[in-house]
Ligand binder design. Structure first.
Ligand code: HEM
Length: 444
């Protein structure tokens, strides 16, 4: 294959890559790497699912010190950008230090009961046979209450807070609207065609963002009058001396990050709706372990093998993003190929999680594969690893298991169409609403 001066083989042209994704959806990520190799060049970026490169990029600090320019562009394109994910250097460290205590295992564990109660309270409003048009939207509403409660220390049922929750959700749906999103794989005709609509909606987004920030600011001011409820992001950021505007940005950004859970849980219930035997086994396992208490804690994870295997498989099949961007901090040589310092790179998470060179039956949903760990390291990284990994992992895992337990014990889920695919964007979402019904179970 022809190579450029770095020796990295060239990949597809944009039209071809986007056509493949349109046609084959998520399967196209692996197809691209089978056609062009585990590393290839695409619009000047190195695109890779080579575990050795992934290991270097994630674990070696020289490659994590400066954020990829994709994140810098995102700063003016998307309104949740002034948050941790998009920062580097001192600004990132200062903010990380402020919020990190909220994410520790011990603190997250202390949320378990409160999270469970919040879910139970939320579903008391559901009817015996609760229909839904969009499973994802339903889970967004449920999780937004948990976000406000545990992460922000606010009561989601208080009027001002309730409005804030609605505004966060509305804002998120607005900027993830498929008619105006630009997170395709590469900049091509399709994206250019969407630009005018994007620009129009950008103005609207900024107006919504200002309203949202005014709501956060008013809540922060109320707290400054002395109302402080323990360890939470708002409190920590206030203590660290961040301005009210910076706190509003970070709350908005953290809500965006929290939203990954909504997609992952949608994938979980989508799979369960097609596997009644698995539902029964998870229900029984969770009931036996949680007993009178009724909810699981992180400590229980080691005695919930089926539940944890299920969660791992959901995270393998439904990663929160198809890829993450990185930038080489130093040049690096692999197999005679020199990757120059500063090379912008996209790590293909979905392809790593589905490549037949790393997994048996990669397209099958098989929780039992997790009886063993993956044979090739750095092929399963739903939360990444190393210095810039997801800081919300403990919280996300607990939230996942708590929602799973609370819903499975009370309801059975049925969906109308089990053939809905993911849309061809970098941030995955089902291409249309997953409709169905939650049926309340009879007391045993
Ligand atoms: C199942 C759910 C989740 C998954 C799969 C997930 C996955 C990820 C991934 C892959 C990244 C790296 C992104 C990148 O570097 O480009 C990330 C970063 C991050 N996640 Fe999560 N996440 C989840 C839930 C959460 C939750 C609930 C929070 C809490 C608000 C959170 C907070 C963050 C933050 C703040 C970052 C940026 C960290 C940094 O750059 O230093 N995540 N997440």
């Amino acid at each position: 294959m022809k190579t450029n001066r770095t020796g990295i083989p060239p990949g597809p042209v944009v039209a071809e890559a986007q056509h493949l994704l349109e046609q084959h959806r998520e399967k196209a990520w692996v197809m691209l790497t089978q056609r062009y190799g585990k590393s290839f060049l695409y619009q000047g970026n190195l695109v890779t699912c080579d575990p050795r490169l992934v290991e270097a990029l994630l674990m070696d600090r020289t490659h994590t010190q400066r954020r990829s320019s994709v994140y810098k562009y995102a700063s003016w394109m998307i309104p949740i950008a002034p948050g941790l994910l998009f920062m580097d250097g001192d600004a990132w460290e200062k903010r990380l230090r402020a919020v990190m205590p909220v994410f520790t295992k011990a603190n997250v564990d202390s949320y378990a009961e409160c999270m469970h109660q919040q879910v139970v309270q939320h579903v008391t409003h559901w009817s015996e046979n609760q229909p839904f048009e969009d499973l994802y939207a339903l889970l967004v509403n449920l999780n937004s209450a948990l976000f406000l409660k545990v992460g922000c220390g606010l009561d989601p049922d208080e009027p001002g807070v309730h409005e804030l929750g609605r505004a966060l959700v509305d804002f998120k749906f607005h900027y993830m609207d498929s008619r105006t999103r630009l997170d395709d794989f590469g900049m091509g005709k399709r994206q250019f065609a969407r630009l005018p609509r994007f620009v129009r909606s950008h103005w609207q987004r900024n107006r919504k963002k200002r309203q949202l920030h005014a709501q956060v600011q008013s809540l922060v001011h109320q707290r400054q009058k002395g109302d402080s409820r323990g360890l939470n992001w708002i409190h920590r950021l206030q203590e660290a001396g961040f301005s009210v505007a910076e706190i509003a940005d970070e709350v908005n950004h953290l809500y965006g990050a929290y939203n990954a859970l909504d997609h992952v849980l949608t994938g979980a219930f989508y799979e369960l709706s097609q596997r009644p035997a698995l539902v029964e086994s998870l229900r029984n396992e969770l009931r036996a372990v949680t007993g009178e208490r009724g909810y699981p804690t992180r400590d229980d994870f080691r005695v919930l093998p089926n539940t944890i295997q299920f969660m791992k498989e959901v995270l393998r099949v439904y990663p929160a993003t198809m890829g993450v961007a990185r930038r080489f901090g130093e040049s690096m040589s692999v197999d005679g190929v020199t990757i120059p310092k500063g090379q912008e790179t996209l790590i293909l998470l979905h392809a790593l999680h589905h490549h037949p060179d790393f997994w048996q039956n990669p397209d099958q949903f098989e929780p039992s594969r997790w009886q063993q760990e993956p044979s090739v390291p750095f092929t399963y990284i739903p939360f990444l690893t190393g210095p810039r990994k997801c800081i919300g992992q403990h919280l996300a895992e607990l939230n996942f298991v708590i929602v799973l337990n609370a819903l499975l014990q009370t309801f059975s889920v049925e969906i109308s169409d089990p053939s809905i695919r993911l849309a061809a964007f970098m941030m995955p979402r089902f291409e249309r609403g997953v409709a169905g019904i939650w049926r309340r179970r009879k007391a045993e």
